[in-house]
Structures are given as structure tokens and as C-alpha cells.
Design a protein around this ligand. Structure first.
Ligand code: SAH
Ligand code: SF4
Ligand code: F3S
Length: 544
């Protein structure tokens, strides 16, 4: 079969971005080639998110466009991967006949087989059959996702998919994700993730450390560890099972992190703190190690100690609180109170906030407004909470009722949309004020910045010039005339670069004279901050 062109678009969280990377690797190895736009593709895949209705709406509108195209082009193959496939199940096929492939996040290793099937089926149709009549390729966990036996089998296969990850030295921008935990056992009452991603399962520490080392060898300098409740990682070596030479992942248990190690087995348990230390010490090429998303409950001092004592672990925590009201937190089944959350943030700052050595601790959060039953007082408590916690940034979401969750079934969505919208805007304004304060407090500081690339502003500035076909910019910021002749001494201004501090603050600075952006991208540079807005710091390379 000739090389099929695939377009893959990703929605949702970092977990999905990593899954898309694995899918890309898997399909590229089989000879599929990837194209940057859907209209160039024979196969269009959407890796989807179900966390809010808005996320699903985007995918539905894309599918609508593909349905129109497919009327002319019956060989087009359309696949829905990820959380929406798992949540909607075969219902989606009924409502959206344009879809040929459905593949849940726990079944992605089966995608090549499904795709091969779908491509063959559609190629043999010759436009004679309607979408409804064509065979559909489906792989979902369905209601088996939390059954131990099925789960174990799925985990074995998925572990192999993560292990098969190809790491090419030329195919990354210096930063990479590594999964440590799959699924979630928390069942917050509003959330679909425990249903779409299944039960919490921890990957074997040796596999994780090995993956980090391989990434470091390929030149990756920043690794972000992924899990829905990442700080709950725990692996019992003694209980590990090996199948075909591969240590198998382990089902999540109730949290027993912290210092509570088994006194007899000692080393046999790898806690989250142990894992961080191992990666930090065994993969020193990783100059920035971070992790998302943390769960506020049960965050032991052992993790904070390792963070404090490890220079390459970032001073950054993303710990969503969701609400500043105890009654709402209870209805959300979050399992902590506002004062417990605040105790944690204060403790983390006591351990880790060290602006005097250029290492301030930055904390980020998520909040939901308009959760069922949220009163004006509850909302006011969230406002005060944001003022007290001082997040460097906080994602604020309007509650979106999700079918299948406890809140959807048992708690009426009684906050009117216009109230949700007003609360959303009000909380955003408060957060903006707090972000601005934190940003201003960095002015004068010298912070290490991982240079990611040209700033969005710079890309826009260069694009119209390049597109005009007349004068175009070289990457070094020097102007080049129409015939390609260099108009030396006619600089158009230094190219603006963009990067992040280890606390995840965004920093912009101009390429210094004598340097080219390409020499700096992918490196960590000390930048002195000169001015700031709520979301961005502006500075210049420190003169040293
Ligand atoms: N595991 C992470 C969050 C994963 S979902 C944690 O527990 O913190 C990412 C964010 O989406 C959540 O933090 C929450 O703020 C938001 N979210 C999840 N379900 C939602 C819903 N039904 N409506 C609105 N926001 C939601
Ligand atoms: Fe969803 Fe709660 Fe699990 Fe986070 S911890 S993924 S919000 S159920
Ligand atoms: Fe969305 Fe699934 Fe991630 S629902 S947030 S893509 S785990």
C-alpha cells in the first residue's frame, strides 16, 4: 500500500499530547507519513478530550466538516481517539456516521490494526456504500475499564506502547513528557477522567528512569512527569510481576507516601519522593525536572525535601484546589478542606520559596465556578482564597455537567449560565491582579530561562515580510534583499525570543548582538528581568 498521509490533531491535556506522540511514533514506523493540515490527508485522526462540553463541541464541529468532505471523497478515513471516544462509545458512531475508527486512550496500541482495517474497507468501497453501511473499527475499554483482570491485560499492552517510544535526537524541542501514572481513582463528582482513563496504575520506576535517561541521551533537557494525581506515585518492588522480561505496572492503592516505608522491606517501595530523587541523580542530563498534576492531599514533607535538595527539580507546583469553600469541596468529593490546602501551600513555601538564590516557588492552580449549589458566599470564599494563595496563574473553568458523573446524576446544575459567566470573569480579574503582583516582584531578579523559540510576536512580525515575497528576514535578524543579497548594517531589530523560568514564568528577551536565535534556542540562559505584565516578564541576558 502506498504511504498514507495522516493528519493528527490533539485536544485536551498533556496526557493526550504524549499519547499523540506515541501514536505518531507507532504509525510512522509502519510507513504512514504525517501532514500539517487535514485537507492534505487520507486519514484524519482527532485525539479528543471530554473534560468539559466545550472540548467535545470543538471535535463535533471538526467532524461536521469532515462529513461534508467525505461526500466527495469516500476513501477518506476519520478516527476519533482518546477520552471522547471512550466516553461516548458507539453512540458517537450512530450520531456521527462520518467516523470510521473509535479508539479509547487505553487501547491506543491497537490503533495500527484498526487503521489498516479502515483504510482497506474504505478503499474497497468505491463510493458505493453509505457511511452507515461501512464497517467500523472500534477498540474501547467500555465498562471493563475498572475490572481487575481486564485492566491488568490492558496495562501490559500499554506499558509496551510506552516502552516502544522512539527518541530521536532531531525530533524534539528540548522538552518532553514522561508518564508515571495512568488513570485516576479519586472520583471527584464532576469529573469524567476516572471513567475515560480507568483505574490508577503506576509504571515501574526502572522503566521511568530508563525513559528519562534515553531522553537525556537524545538531548532533551526538560522532562515533565505526568499523572492525574502525580504525587500519589508508589510502586512496590517486592510485589512486582514480570511478564516476558517486562516488569508490569501496579494498580494504585490507598495513599501511603511520606516516610511510612515498610521497616522490613525498606528499599522495596519506591515512593514519589524516591522516584524524583532517582531521576534527578541518575539522569543528570535532565536539567529541569517538573511534574503535573499534584493532588493537595497527602503531600508529604519527603517530596518537599527532595525538591529542596535537588538543584535540577523545578520550583513549580500545579496543585488545583477547585474551590475556596469547604461545603463546595465536600460536594466535589475532593477530600480536603480549605485550611488543609492552605497548610500545604504554606509548608511548600517554607521548604521551597528561595527568591534570594533566584529560586522563588511558583504555585499554579485550577478553580471551578458555578458548581451546583455554589452560593454567593461560597463564591466570595473562592475570591478570598485566590487572594490568599497567590497563584502565579490559575485556570478558571465554568462548571460543565458531564453525563456519567455523580454530580450530573445527583446534583442539579442550578447555577444559571450568566451567573457562572459573571463569576468566571470576576475570578479571572482577581487572578490577573495576583499574577501581575507576582510578575512585578520578579523585576530586578536574574532568572534562568529555558529558551523555547521565537516569541509569537516575533513570528508574526517575520511572517508578513516573508510572505510578501519581497524582503525576507534571516533567522539571525539581518535583512536580506530581494535577490538574496544581504543588506548588512540594515538591521530590523533583534529577534525576540521566548522561554520559561523553572517556576514556569514566561520570559521574552531580544537576541543579543552577535548571537543568532538558533544558537540560543534549546539552552538555559540567565536573564535579568527589566519589566513585567501579568503574564509575561521582559528582560535581557545577564551580563556575566
Ligand atoms: N487531575 C487533576 C485535574 C484533571 S482535569 C486534578 O485533580 O487536579 C483538569 C481540570 O479541569 C480540573 O482541575 C478541573 O478544574 C477542570 N474540570 C474537570 N472537570 C470539569 C467539569 N466537569 N467542569 C468544569 N471544569 C472541570
Ligand atoms: Fe478528575 Fe479528581 Fe481525578 Fe483530577 S483527581 S482527574 S479532578 S477525578
Ligand atoms: Fe481531557 Fe482526557 Fe485529559 S478528558 S483532560 S484528555 S485525561
Amino acid at each position: 500500500m502506498s504511504a498514507k498521509a495522516v493528519y493528527l490533531e490533539t485536544f485536551g491535556c498533556q496526557m493526550n499530547e504524549l499519547d499523540s506522540d506515541l501514536v505518531r511514533g507507532q504509525l510512522a514506523a509502519l510507513g504512514y507519513r504525517f501532514v500539517p493540515t487535514a485537507d492534505q490527508a487520507d486519514v484524519v485522526l482527532y485525539n479528543t478530550c471530554s473534560v468539559r462540553d466545550l472540548a467535545e463541541q470543538k471535535v463535533r464541529s471538526r467532524l461536521g466538516e469532515m462529513a461534508v468532505r467525505k461526500q466527495q471523497e469516500s476513501s477518506l478515513v476519520v478516527g476519533v481517539l482518546g477520552c471522547m471516544a471512550e466516553r461516548d462509545g458507539t453512540d458517537l458512531l450512530r450520531r456521527m456516521p462520518v467516523v470510521d475508527i473509535l479508539c479509547g486512550p487505553a487501547e491506543l496500541d491497537k490503533l495500527p490494526g484498526l487503521l489498516d482495517n479502515a483504510v482497506r474497507t474504505r478503499a474497497s468501497l468505491d463510493g458505493e456504500l453509505t457511511h452507515e453501511q461501512s464497517a467500523k473499527a472500534v477498540a474501547l475499554q467500555g465498562s471493563a475499564s475498572r475490572r481487575t483482570g481486564t485492566l491488568a491485560a490492558a496495562e501490559d499492552r500499554l506499558e509496551l506502547l510506552d516502552l516502544s517510544r522512539t527518541v530521536s535526537p532531531t525530533d524534539h524541542n528540548g522538552s518532553s513528557y514522561v508518564r508515571i501514572t495512568r488513570g485516576c481513582n479519586k472520583f471527584c463528582t464532576y469529573c469524567v477522567v476516572p471513567f475515560t482513563r480507568g483505574a490508577e496504575v503506576h509504571r515501574p520506576p526502572d522503566h521511568i528512569v530508563d525513559e528519562c535517561k534515553r531522553l537525556a541521551d537524545a538531548g532533551v533537557i526538560e522532562v515533565t512527569l505526568l499523572g492525574q494525581t502525580v504525587n500519589h506515585y508508589r510502586f512496590e518492588q517486592g510485589a512486582a510481576v514480570t511478564v516476558g522480561g517486562v516488569t508490569q505496572p501496579q494498580k494504585g492503592r490507598s495513599y501511603q507516601g511520606g516516610h511510612r516505608r515498610d521497616p522490613f522491606t525498606g528499599e522495596r517501595v519506591t515512593t514519589f519522593a524516591d522516584l524524583l530523587k532517582r531521576i534527578h541523580d541518575e539522569a543528570p542530563g535532565i536539567q529541569r525536572l517538573r511534574f503535573v498534576t499534584s493532588y493537595p492531599r497527602d503531600f508529604g514533607d519527603d517530596v518537599l525535601e527532595v525538591m529542596r535538595d535537588s538543584p535540577r527539580i523545578c520550583r513549580y507546583l500545579h496543585v488545583p484546589a477547585q474551590s475556596g469553600s469547604d461545603t463546595v469541596l465536600k460536594r466535589m468529593n475532593r477530600g480536603y478542606t480549605v485550611s488543609e490546602y492552605l497548610e500545604f501551600v504554606d509548608r511548600a513555601r517554607a521548604f521551597l520559596d528561595q527568591p534570594e538564590i533566584g529560586r522563588p516557588l511558583m504555585v499554579a492552580g485550577d478553580m471551578i465556578v458555578g458548581f451546583p449549589g455554589e452560593t454567593d458566599e461560597d463564591f466570595e470564599a473562592s475570591v478570598q482564597f485566590l487572594r490568599r494563595v497567590k497563584y502565579k496563574n490559575c485556570f478558571i473553568f465554568k462548571y460543565s455537567p458531564r453525563p456519567g458523573t455523580v454530580a450530573f446524576d445527583r446534583i442539579p446544575d442550578d447555577v444559571p449560565d450568566q451567573v457562572k459567566r459573571r463569576r468566571n470573569n470576576e475570578l479571572l480579574a482577581v487572578q490577573n491582579e495576583m499574577s501581575d503582583k507576582i510578575a512585578q516582584s520578579q523585576v530586578g531578579a536574574t532568572l534562568n530561562v529555558f529558551v523555547e523559540g521565537l516569541s509569537a510576536h516575533e513570528r508574526k512580525r517575520q511572517a508578513p515580510v516573508a510572505a510578501s515575497g519581497g524582503v525576507s528576514l534571516t533567522i539571525s535578524g539581518r535583512q536580506v534583499g530581494e535577490g538574496g543579497t544581504s543588506i548588512d548594517e540594515a538591521p530590523v531589530g533583534a529577534a525576540q525570543l521566548c522561554g520559561r523560568t523553572d517556576g514556569d514564568l514566561i520570559v521574552m528577551f531580544d537576541t543579543p548582538a552577535g548571537a543568532a536565535p538558533d544558537d540560543l534556542i534549546g539552552r538555559i540562559l540567565p536573564i535579568t528581568i527589566e519589566r513585567a505584565s501579568a503574564l509575561t516578564l521582559f528582560g535581557a541576558p545577564a551580563s556575566k
